[in-house]
Structure formats: C-alpha cells, structure tokens
Design a protein around this ligand. Structure first.
Ligand SMILES: Nc1ncnc2c1ncn2[C@@H]1O[C@H](COP(=O)(O)OP(=O)(O)OP(=O)(O)O)[C@@H](O)[C@H]1O
Ligand SMILES: [Mg+2]
Length: 283
C-alpha cells in the first residue's frame, strides 16, 4: 500500500523517521493517582521497534490508564512519555495530530461508533486527516476490510449487526486505516470464543509481519500472550516488570509467579508449544 503518496495531508507533515535503535514508546517514572488511590507509582517501560509487547496486570492495575496516558488523553501527576522519540508534552497541537496519524488504537470499550456503518467508522480517521474523493474512501474501506479478513458487504452493516469477532476486526480495520507503524490494542480478544481469538492472533501476526508494525497489546488472554508476544510487561504494585515470557516464567515476584504458573497459564504455554515453532528473534 502506498496511500500516503496519493493523499493530501491537511496540515503538518508526519513525524520524522526514528533511528532504528530508539524505542518507539518510552515511559519513565510515571505517576498516576485518582484522589488517594495510587495507580502508577514510578512506572517505566520501553517498546522496541517491530516488537509485539504484551501488557498484563490484574483488573484495575492501570493498563487502560497507561494507554490513555501514552496517547496523551490523560495528564499524569509525574513522569515522561515519549512516542516516536518525542516527549508528548512538548508537542504543539498540530504536531500532536500529526503524531496520532502514526499510530492506530482499538479501545477496550466503544470499539466502533454504533450509529455509523462499518464503512463510515473506517472512514472517520481518513476524513479527519485527509481530503479524499468518495470513490477513494470507498476503495480504502474495501482495502482495509480485506486486510482484516472481512467480506466487502460488511462495509454497509452497523456494529449491532456484527458478531463480537467481526466488531474486533472492524475496529482493527479502522485502526489500520491511516497505515500506522504502531498499533495499540486494549483487550482485542476479550469476549471472543477461543477459536475466534486464535484467528485474531493469527491475523495480528500476519499484519505484524506484512506491515512491519510495532504492537502494544493489553490482554488478559494468556493463550494470546503465548501465541503472539515477543516481550511482556506486567504492572505490579504500580510499577512495570518487562521481560520475555521465558524470563517472566522464572520470576520470583509472587503475583507474576502465580499469574504465569496457574493452571490456565500452564495450559496456554503447552498449547502454544504444541502448535508453534519457537519464535525467531526479531530485529
Ligand atoms: N477517570 C477515572 N477516575 C477515577 N478513577 C479511575 C479513572 N480511570 C481509572 N480509574 C481507576 O484506576 C484504576 C485502574 O484503571 P484501569 O482502567 O487502567 O484498569 P485496567 O488495568 O485497565 O483494568 P481492566 O483489566 O479491568 O480493564 C482502577 O482502580 C480505576 O477505577
Ligand atoms: Mg482496562
């Protein structure tokens, strides 16, 4: 796909290319509090170019708040967030918009706007970013639907007419519409049956390879973690522990140990080992 060359950006140019060894996302010393509740207590982590980074933690540990902070939707009490090598606090409003074109997001709730058709949902980011002919918009909708394995006629349907798995794919199609290099997914397989979840993971791995994506995926789905992630970051006690899955399996932290050695984790590990050859390290 070479869409960018044909499009007329409305204002500033996209962010400059990042040196290949620079982290795509870098969070340092993040503090997020709600009243007396401390959610993040000096949390730090980095996402490398082209990796699939999983984010886990107990319910309420602060995964979605972390995502909102990285996206600049929430101002933290302390700490810094860099995306594509830029401190997000130092961006002008125009630069912020330009940066947001470099990533795609699927949120945990409200994956699609329910009053809009799938086509209109996918066109939303495109209309905000570019001035395009209707026929080009239609072609882009079809291109993105085919990327995520949805039939052409899904374009005219409304979210309420889709299965849960189709909604997840349509939300992914919308997140991919601006050809991002970085994808944030909040619980992309939650609520899906195991086969649909496995299909979604296979799709993610395919897109990751084809589109050279860096992926940050919040998930409670252990099968998904074992199938897709190069590294995993765990939020425990307001901080982050990041490692490969083999590294985390050896962790002596009680929460991490329990999470990765419970019966569901063992089953997920065995299932992944049975169907997947060891993942080659990605550069
Ligand atoms: N706007 C807000 N106002 C007050 N408290 C908030 C707000 N947003 C989040 N919280 C609190 O921050 C904590 C972390 O919330 P968050 O949504 O990040 O959890 P999570 O790790 O994503 O959980 P889950 O796995 O259930 O999605 C929770 O205790 C939540 O109640
Ligand atoms: Mg959440």
């Amino acid at each position: 796909m070479e869409l960018q060359a044909e499009m007329e950006p409305r204002d500033v140019a996209p962010h400059p290319p990042l040196p290949s060894d620079e982290p795509v996302v870098r969070v340092r010393g993040l503090v997020n509090r709600f009243g007396t509740q401390v959610v993040h207590d000096g949390l730090s982590f980095e996402v490398r170019r082209n990796e699939i980074m999983g984010i886990v933690g107990g319910s309420g540990a602060g995964k979605s708040v972390l995502l909102r902070t990285i996206l600049g939707l929430r101002e933290p009490q302390a700490g810094t967030v860099e995306v594509f090598g830029r401190d997000i606090r130092e961006l002008s409003p125009a630069e912020r918009i330009a940066m947001a074109r470099g990533y795609g997001v699927t949120f945990q709730s409200g994956a699609l706007v329910s009053s809009l058709s799938v086509a209109e949902n996918i066109q939303l980011p495109l209309r905000e970013a570019y001035t395009l002919l209707e026929s080009v918009l239609d072609d882009l909708v079809q291109l993105n639907l085919s990327l995520v394995g949805l039939a052409p006629d899904v374009a005219e349907k409304y979210p309420s007419q889709l299965s849960g798995g189709m909604v997840k794919r349509a939300a992914l199609a919308r997140a991919l519409s601006l050809e991002p290099k970085l994808l944030f997914l909040d619980e992309p397989t939650s609520g899906l049956d195991p086969i649909s979840a496995a299909d979604f993971d296979a799709l993610l791995l395919y897109l990751h390879g084809e589109l050279k994506l860096t992926v940050v995926m919040i998930t409670h789905d252990l099968d998904s973690l074992f199938r897709t992630c190069d590294r995993v970051s765990v939020i425990v006690d307001g901080r982050m522990v990041t490692d490969t899955l083999p590294g985390l399996l050896k962790s002596t932290n009680p929460w991490i140990h329990e999470y990765f050695h419970g019966p569901r984790a063992r089953a997920a590990e065995q299932a992944a080992a049975a169907v997947l050859a060891p993942k080659a390290p990605r550069g």
